[in-house]
Design a protein around this ligand. Structure first.
Ligand code: FAD
Length: 290
C-alpha cells in the first residue's frame, strides 16, 4: 500500500470558515485564525461546511483495500492510472473514511490541515471580502498533474452567488452532487430583506402590486419579531423572492451537468443567467473543458 498526497485546496481552511460564515452573514468577524469558528461549527454537527475543502491522492493498493475505503465513503472519486489510482474527495469524506488506506491518508492530511485532521489551529492571512457581483469565483481545485477526463473527475471549483432569490437557491440545491453553504434565515435577522424582482413583473406593469406585497410582508415580519417570535419562525412569511447568498462547490464533471441543464432554454431565467455567468468564468479558466 502506498499513498501520496498530490494536492489540496489552497487556503482551504480559510475557504471553509468563509463559506460557513455565509450562513450567519458574519464575515466581518473573521480574524485570520479560522480554528475557533471551524471547531465550533463542526462540533454543532454542521459538517457540510468542510466539504468545500478537497484533496487528491495517488494510491497503490489492493482491490480489497480500495473496496474497504470506497464502501465506507461511496462519494469518493477515483480513476485508474495503469496499476495505480487517483483518488479525490472532500474533508468530510476523508474524516469519515474507514480502513488502513483511510488511516494512511489522514496521516498525510494532518500535515495539510492540522485543524481538520490533526491537533491545533493554523492561523492564516485574512482574505479580501468577496466583491458584490452575482457570481463570484472563490476557489479552484486544479491539481497541475491533471488534464482532460482526470481533471473533470477530480478537479473542482467553488463559486459564491450573492443577490440571488430563494427561488433560485431552491432549484440550485436540487443538484445533489455538490456542497453548499447558504445564509440561514434561522440565524440571520431578515427584517430588511432584499428581493429579486423578475423582469416580467415590470414588463406586465405589476411592479406597484409586487412592491406593496413585499412591503406588507416586511411589516408583518417585523411585527412578528417584535411580538417575541424567533427569526426561525418569523421566516415562514418570507417570499421566494427573498435575496440570499450561497457558496457552491462541485467537481468539473458536475458543473458540466449543471451547465447542460441550466444554460438550456427550458431553465428559468434567473438560474439560466447565473449558469451563463458561471460558464463564462469556467471558460476563461479552462477553455478546453468549458
Ligand atoms: C428545466 C428543468 C425543470 C425542472 N423541473 C422540476 C420540477 O418541476 N420538479 C422537480 O422536482 N424538479 C425539477 N427539476 C430538477 C431536476 O429534476 C433535477 O433535480 C435537477 O436538475 C438536478 O439535476 P441532476 O439530478 O442531474 O443533478 P445532481 O443531483 O447533481 O446529480 C448529478 C448526476 O448524479 C447522478 N445521481 C445523483 N443522485 C442520484 C440518485 N439518487 N440516483 C441516481 N443517480 C443519481 C445522476 O447521474 C445525475 O445526473 C427541473 C430541472 C430542470 C433543468
Amino acid at each position: 500500500m502506498n499513498v501520496e498526497l498530490i494536492h489540496f485546496t489552497p487556503r482551504g481552511e480559510e475557504l471553509v470558515e468563509w463559506a460557513g460564515r455565509i450562513c450567519y452573514r458574519s464575515h466581518h468577524r473573521m480574524t485570520g485564525d479560522p480554528s475557533k469558528f471551524i471547531e465550533g461549527i463542526v462540533s454543532r454537527g454542521h459538517e457540510s461546511v468542510i466539504e468545500h475543502w478537497r484533496a487528491l491522492f495517488f494510491v497503490r493498493a489492493t482491490e480489497g483495500e480500495l473496496l474497504d475505503l470506497l464502501s465506507s465513503v461511496p462519494l469518493l472519486r477515483f480513476s485508474r492510472r495503469e496499476k495505480d489510482f487517483l483518488l479525490s474527495g472532500n474533508a468530510r469524506m476523508f474524516r469519515q473514511a474507514r480502513g488502513p488506506l483511510a488511516e494512511g491518508m489522514r496521516k498525510l492530511l494532518s500535515g495539510a490541515s492540522p485543524l481538520l485532521f490533526g491537533n491545533g489551529g493554523n492561523p492564516l492571512q485574512s482574505r479580501e471580502p468577496p466583491n458584490e457581483k452575482i457570481v463570484n469565483e472563490w476557489s479552484y481545485f486544479l491539481p497541475a498533474e491533471l488534464t482532460g477526463a482526470e481533471l473533470s473527475l477530480h478537479g473542482a471549483a467553488t463559486f459564491y452567488f450573492k443577490g440571488v432569490s430563494r427561488a433560485l437557491t431552491h432549484q440550485l440545491v436540487r443538484h445533489r452532487m455538490a456542497s453548499y453553504s447558504q445564509a440561514s434565515q434561522r440565524y440571520c435577522n431578515e427584517e430588511n430583506f432584499e428581493v429579486v424582482v423578475p423582469p416580467s413583473v415590470e414588463e406586465k406593469g405589476a411592479l406597484p402590486l409586487f412592491c406593496r406585497a413585499i412591503a406588507g410582508i416586511r411589516e408583518n415580519y417585523r411585527e412578528l419579531k417584535e411580538s417575541g417570535l424567533k427569526a426561525e419562525d418569523a421566516r415562514y412569511l418570507l417570499p421566494n423572492a427573498t435575496s440570499s447568498e450561497i457558496a457552491v462547490s462541485m467537481t468539473f464533471e458536475h458543473w458540466a451537468n449543471f451547465l447542460a441543464l441550466r444554460c438550456d432554454s427550458h431553465a428559468q431565467w434567473e438560474i439560466r443567467n447565473v449558469a451563463h455567468l458561471v460558464k463564462g468564468l469556467l471558460h476563461e479558466r479552462l477553455p478546453q473543458s468549458f
